[in-house]
Design a protein around this ligand. Structure first.
Ligand code: DAH
Length: 337
């Protein structure tokens, strides 16, 4: 009998090690612990045990039953716990905390649009320094010594030098042509500076996007085609436009392109100063003096150039009546774009 108890005990503890599911556990219970299970059978057999042995065997049996029972309960608890959905370390029913997402500054957005359109037309994007020498900002661009733009009134000079804060992005044209043989086809977006009285219409800092294309046989009609294509992509295919003769020291001939005022449709309003037209770009054929400066032969190659302002068209597009709003970085203003 003693032997029998030990054997059932070993068997039970071996069997229970294999158990993985509640179903298996139930089978185990039936096999050992239920009314007709192996342990109950042993209790049944107790009545045939000699009287003097009974207390001892009885105690062994009780020990077996209680240790089997408690091991069974322990394992059942463990399996049930594993089956329960995991408790989350936070309350998923709480509302989320909003994380405000930043947006690009409207000036950056507009410059990105310029880049996207011109890159689509085969232009690369180049940058130059904001602190420039007189040579690049003026001289190489064919500004005469006494040109009014060189005047202290318009240009910020580094005190006591001829070094300036660039007044336009056009000097980058010289820098790229010095570095590269034709064909050259690039735009030059960036910040420019002018010593002007701050007002709703003008700031000492604003942005331009210049462009240049020089190669053999580049013509004025390609200039027109390029800026018109840009304007159709930027302002919409329905624009009406015109070219007017103009003057810049670094282009000859020079022209400005206007588009029909989209505020008043051409009838005349405050925005277009009652002319019905908005000026959008200065341009022209690169002056032979400029080509010579960078070592190009004007009899061999020709080119066109253009320069767009960034802020003014943006202000028109969004009806912003004071340029300073673009630079105060008031989030209530900026998040509208
Ligand atoms: N640099 C001129 C300005 O600031 C704009 C301009 C005109 C740029 C004609 C050009 C150009 O490249 O060809 O007013």
């Amino acid at each position: 009998m003693h032997e029998k108890i030990e054997q059932i005990k070993r068997q039970f503890f071996a069997d229970i090690k294999q158990i993985k599911s509640l179903d298996d556990l139930e089978k185990l219970r039936v096999k050992y612990l239920a009314r007709k299970g192996a342990v109950s059978d042993l209790f049944e057999a107790l009545k045939d045990v000699a009287a003097e042995e009974k207390p001892k065997i009885g105690k062994l049996l009780n020990d077996l039953r209680s240790s089997a029972q408690s091991e069974f309960e322990r394992l059942r608890g463990e399996i049930e716990q594993a089956l329960k959905p995991k408790e989350l370390p936070f309350d998923i029913t709480l509302p989320g905390r909003p994380k405000p997402v930043g947006t690009k500054h409207p000036v950056t957005q507009s410059m990105d649009e310029f880049k996207r359109i011109f890159v689509g037309m085969g232009f690369s994007v180049v940058h130059g320094p904001e602190i420039e020498s007189d040579y690049y900002n003026f001289e190489a661009l064919n500004f005469p010594e006494d040109h009014p733009a060189r005047d202290m009134q318009d240009t910020f000079f580094i005190y006591g030098t001829k070094v300036v804060l660039r007044t336009h992005t056009t000097p980058v044209q010289i820098r790229i042509m010095e570095k590269q043989k034709p064909p050259v086809r690039a735009i030059m977006p960036g910040r420019v500076f002018r010593n002007e009285a701050v007002s709703p219409r003008s700031l000492v800092l604003f942005h331009q996007v210049d462009g240049i294309y020089v190669d053999k046989g580049v013509t004025f009609s390609e200039l027109k085609g390029t800026v018109v294509s840009f304007a159709r992509q930027y302002y919409g295919t329905k624009i009406e436009y015109r070219f007017r003769p103009s003057f810049f020291p670094f282009t000859e001939p020079s022209a400005e392109m206007d588009i029909r005022c989209y505020i008043c449709g051409g009838k005349g309003c405050r925005v277009c100063k009652h002319s019905g037209w908005l000026e959008i770009v200065g341009s022209g054929m690169v002056h032979p003096h400029v080509l010579k400066r960078v070592g190009y032969d004007p009899d061999e190659v020709s080119g066109f150039a253009f320069g767009f302002g960034v802020e003014r068209p943006l202000m028109l597009k969004y009806d912003i009546n004071d340029i300073r709003l673009l630079y105060e970085n008031d989030v209530r203003f900026l998040k509208q774009f």
